[in-house]
Design a protein. Structure first.
Length: 363
């Protein structure tokens, strides 16, 4: 059943102490989300692979507020990080309509990543997803309901308010976010799983993330989305994304890898073309990013292996390929591509099942 935002408004209730620990994955978009309306409503539907090893682990200690006012402290890598407070204040202010009970709490939030943050590997997606799941964990405890479809759908809804792509970091292995007439239950408000007719080849797809640049981006994703409002090519880009989305759906069912590769790489390059045609224009790719792409193209042509690249908003490159080609791909990565990475570092990942609750976290 498709839900509107009124489904997600909870009632007030007396606070109880609680602690929740969750792990949420990053995701890599195949059809890109770049350009939005108010409150993280996308200009076009997107589709992504949920990752497995690139995760954020978050614990929240909820304590009834002694002052009667909402407050929080945020720790990242076991250090107090006030730099994130402004973004978190905006998030909590926006979601209090839907979790009004949270205003009676003081929160201690602790978070760690297994991958670099703010470098174009969707760290805000995994972070906001883990945070939203912990909040929903307390809501299910307070109101005594199970972790059912509503639980995860509302978690996706809340995560989207914090970071649009975070809506896609709740479930796996493939998720869809954005309303589309051909996809039943699809919504701009939350993400849904692709469905049972996903071709089996995509359920074990591999993702090698080449860390070309581990530093924070010089233009944030928030700023990049804002610049799409004045981009002269924005309208054509949204139309292109919608057409690519419609074309990709049957491909995800059939497993046509040649057609998959064309759309994946076109979407990645179109995303970065929007950055280069913004006003002011900017470039997040690095020279090594392009060297990796050219090396991959040569390798694919020579070996006839269906490996392709994609990128998020950053310089790092995701190399995607079916599991059956792992023995050929890992040596190629080590011998030909790792030299283009910062300190030869890369992450070996794959599509995953989505977020999970944890018993403990080592900070």
């Amino acid at each position: 059943m498709k839900m509107n935002e009124n489904f997600f408004i909870s009632k007030a209730i007396d606070p109880l102490p609680y602690e929740s620990k969750w792990e949420a994955p990053s995701n890599i978009a195949i059809i890109k989300y770049w350009g939005k309306k108010k409150l993280q409503i996308p200009k076009n539907p997107s589709l992504s692979f949920t990752l497995d090893k690139s995760v954020t682990r978050t614990s929240i200690r909820f304590e009834p507020s002694k002052s009667g006012k909402f407050n929080f402290k945020f720790f990242f890598n076991d250090s107090l990080k006030p730099d994130f407070d402004d973004k978190l204040h905006v998030f909590f202010d926006r979601i209090k309509k839907y979790v009004c009970w949270i205003t009676n709490y003081e929160l201690t939030i602790k978070s760690i990543n297994t991958f670099p943050h703010s470098s174009g590997i969707a760290s805000s997606a995994s972070a906001m997803a883990a945070l939203s799941l912990a909040i929903m964990d307390l809501e299910s405890y307070l109101f005594n309901f199970e972790k059912n479809d509503f639980f995860f759908t509302k978690a996706s809804f809340l995560a989207r308010i914090g970071s649009g792509s975070a809506s896609r970091s709740i479930k796996g292995p493939v998720t869809i976010w954005g309303d589309n007439r051909k996809i039943s239950n699809s919504s701009d408000l939350y993400a849904i799983e692709f469905g049972k007719d996903l071709n089996s080849i995509f359920k074990s797809y591999q993702d090698i993330i080449l860390l070309v640049d581990k530093e924070s981006k010089n233009v944030s994703s928030t700023k990049g989305h804002d610049l799409m409002h004045s981009n002269p090519y924005a309208a054509k880009r949204f139309l292109q994304a919608r057409r690519n989305f419609d074309s990709l759906i049957p491909i995800m069912k059939s497993g046509d890898l040649d057609a998959f590769i064309k759309i994946v790489e076109l979407e990645a390059l179109s995303l970065h073309a929007m950055m280069m045609t913004s006003n002011p224009y900017y470039i997040l790719m690095k020279p090594n990013t392009l060297s990796i792409i050219e090396k991959l193209w040569d390798f694919r042509k020579e070996k006839n292996i269906p490996a392709c690249f994609t990128m998020d908003a950053g310089a790092n490159v995701h190399i995607l390929y079916p599991l059956e080609y792992e023995k050929q791909m890992i040596p190629f990565i080590n011998q030909e591509l790792s030299s283009f990475c910062k300190n030869k570092e890369y992450i070996v990942d794959q599509v995953g099942a989505g977020a999970r609750k944890l018993d403990s976290i080592s900070f």
